[in-house]
Design a protein around this ligand. Structure first.
Ligand code: ATP
Ligand code: MG
Length: 414
């Protein structure tokens, strides 16, 4: 440990990376707004109960990954590992249940104590969308369409595939769970110890176990589709049909599960081959029982979240670096006018760099390094005639213009 290093799993985001992440957020927010999902934010910490209740005592996040602190008052708070719980909490504490349906977009930092590697950090960032109060498959379709739209806006869609599954309604899930418990109990000797644990608490999670032996057993396990009742089948069929109508391709993945009871019907994940083991890009599903689990009124919900770092790594382009105008005083006597001109240009909407010191050569060098588009050179002779030289730093062409006309002449360099 060194106090001069960032804490393991955290990073400084310097301007080049920040510009990419900002582009991800801006494109996502702008797209979300077109679908009526408005940005909101919840606090980055909540009472620990909020996450325990919603994520369940057996989830990886709750058992291993949460940053939890005891307050002086004896209360336990946790840095949010994800944002759906916070949104559901906000729905209740803000009395928003009267205003359903609600459509929210969010972006911000999340915290999970896991093993850092490329695309996996302890402080990372997510964008996400939640739709509350819509029980119909149209909600699932809209939300997946929004996710796909954002991915294509970022140039990422082509490098992902959409995996889709259904967890059915409560009855279907119970029937399936019973079948799974029976099957895996017969083979419990061959199960990993983690999965033996899950068998009692959370048998569906065995389906996405990464253990070799478990995987072999899973291959022969009962499949969910055999246990879906008619309503659940209809719901899933409607989701698939909607996606087909919108030309959003998907693959069925019966192993795509969420372990908790309030997850139902649609589960989906956009994955990629380009990020090694960190294949999940954007993941979500329907969580009709969640708000009730937290003690609120029964409220259907569906949502997704995506990792901003992973999206930034996948984004197909660098957002343009803004190119400033360089104002360059030539000689001491012109520094004052350079200062006032700089400020005037900034107020007129230009990005302007006024070097703090140095001779003309040094300032020109710095202007080039910053990628300046044009330079306004203020020499004593020019000023005697109330004018300045504007040099196009790409072509090298320059022209002498009157000081009053500088703003007008710079318009072409915006
Ligand atoms: P993974 O399987 O990679 O651990 P997850 O199932 O834990 O992902 P979710 O909880 O569904 O992920 O979160 C949604 C998205 O957030 C993921 O698809 C991923 O893009 C991103 N994400 C999750 N955990 C991290 C992390 N530790 N660092 C960076 N991004 C993350
Ligand atoms: Mg994880």
């Amino acid at each position: 440990m060194s106090a001069l290093q960032p804490v393991r799993g955290t990073r400084d985001i310097l301007p080049d990376e920040m510009r990419r992440q900002r582009a991800v957020i801006d494109i996502a927010r702008e797209t979300a707004e077109r679908y009526g999902y408005l940005e909101m934010a919840t606090p980055i910490f909540e009472f620990t109960e909020v996450f325990k209740r919603t994520l369940g005592d057996t989830s990886d996040i709750v058992t291993k990954e949460m940053y939890t602190f005891s307050m002086k008052e004896g209360e336990q708070i946790t840095l949010r590992p994800e944002n759906t719980a916070g949104v559901a909490r906000a729905l209740m504490s803000g009395g928003l249940s009267q205003q359903l349906p609600l459509k929210y977009f969010y972006a911000g930092p999340m915290f999970r104590h896991e093993r850092p590697q490329k695309g996996r950090q302890r402080q990372f960032h997510q964008i996400g969308a939640e739709l509350l109060g819509v029980p119909k498959p149209q909600g699932d379709i809209e939300l997946i369409a929004l996710g796909a739209h954002i991915l294509s806006g970022l140039g990422v869609y082509e490098n992902t595939k959409l995996e889709l599954n259904t967890l059915g309604d409560t009855d279907s899930r119970q029937a399936y769970r019973a079948a799974l418990v029976e099957y895996f109990s017969d083979h419990s000797d061959a199960l990993s110890s983690d999965s033996r644990d899950r068998l009692e608490r959370n048998p569906l999670r065995i389906l996405d176990s990464k253990n070799e032996g478990d995987r072999k057993l899973v291959a022969g396990a009962p499949v969910f589709s055999d246990y879906l009742n008619a309503e659940s089948q209809d719901f899933f069929a409607a989701v698939k049909q909607g996606l087909e109508r919108l030309n959003i391709a998907f693959e069925l993945n019966t192993r795509l599960v969420r372990g908790l009871d309030y997850y139902c019907h649609t589960a989906f994940e956009f994955t990629t081959d380009l990020l090694g083991a960190q294949s999940a890009v954007l993941a979500g599903g329907r969580y009709d029982g969640l708000v009730e689990t937290m003690g609120g009124p029964a409220t259907p919900g569906v949502g997704w979240a995506a990792g901003i770092e992973r999206l930034s790594m996948l984004m197909d382009r660098d957002p343009p670096v803004p190119r400033p105008i360089a104002v360059i005083p030539v000689g001491q006597a012109t520094e004052e006018i350079a200062l006032t001109l700089t400020q005037k240009l900034r107020h007129a909407g230009y990005g302007v760099e006024l070097g703090f010191s140095g001779n003309v050569g040094k300032r020109m060098k710095r202007a080039n390094k910053l990628g300046a588009r044009a330079a306004v050179l203020l020499g004593e002779d020019e000023l005697a005639n109330n004018s300045a030289t504007i040099r196009d730093l790409d072509s090298g062409e320059q022209e002498l213009v009157s000081l009053d006309a500088v703003i007008e002449h710079l318009a072409r360099y915006r």
